[in-house]
Design a protein around this ligand. Structure first.
Ligand code: FES
Length: 174
């Protein structure tokens, strides 16, 4: 095999590998099509049967910042992933964190909630919080900032709760 043909072969192999990588990304980005895999509760780290208990535990954790202040949990690493400052979340609104696929809301001053931002319709990531709802850009579903309940379909079920912890003025995703 000549030197040139070896180089061609390597270039072709790189092209194939790059093509596979792009195809993989395309598959992920196709989350809005009806062919996409519907929302999987595993993504939120819980089985479907566990959603109710997780939903009820998150607000309690988020609403008790003083309880998070133990010496063992004051280091950021123990608290989880740093998401934002408390002041980043508007009262009566919220903020979407697309990288973590989570939305944090503050329905009332000092009361923080967190939900998966993955729409329960066919898996788009909600991208906006406005007028008391968390909104999905794909087909118009809207969810309450207070509990993730569906206000407007076609989403069939609420946004699952995510667990956050607050330490000082910082919000961590557990
Ligand atoms: Fe269809 Fe969100 S994916 S409304």
């Amino acid at each position: 095999m000549s030197h040139e043909s070896q180089q061609d072969q390597r270039a072709t192999r790189r092209g194939v590998l790059l093509g596979v990588g792009i195809a993989g990304i395309g598959g992920v980005l196709a989350g809005c099509s009806t062919a996409a895999v519907p929302y999987d509760a595993d993504e939120a780290g819980m089985a479907p049967g566990q959603q109710a208990s997780a939903a009820s535990s998150a607000p309690a954790m988020a609403g008790q910042p003083a309880a998070q202040g133990s010496a063992a949990q004051d280091s950021g690493a123990a608290m989880g992933t740093l998401l934002a400052q408390v002041t980043d979340i508007p009262v009566g609104g919220g903020k979407v964190f697309p990288s973590q696929k989570v939305v944090v809301t503050q329905p009332a001053k000092g009361e923080f909630k967190a939900f998966s931002a993955v729409c329960t319709h066919v898996g788009c990531v909600c991208n906006q919080v406005a007028n008391g709802t968390i909104n999905c850009p794909c087909h118009g579903s809207e969810f309450k900032i207070t509990n993730g309940a569906v206000v407007t379909g076609p989403a069939p079920t609420p946004l699952p709760a995510r667990t956050i912890a607050i330490s000082g003025n910082k919000i961590y995703l557990a």
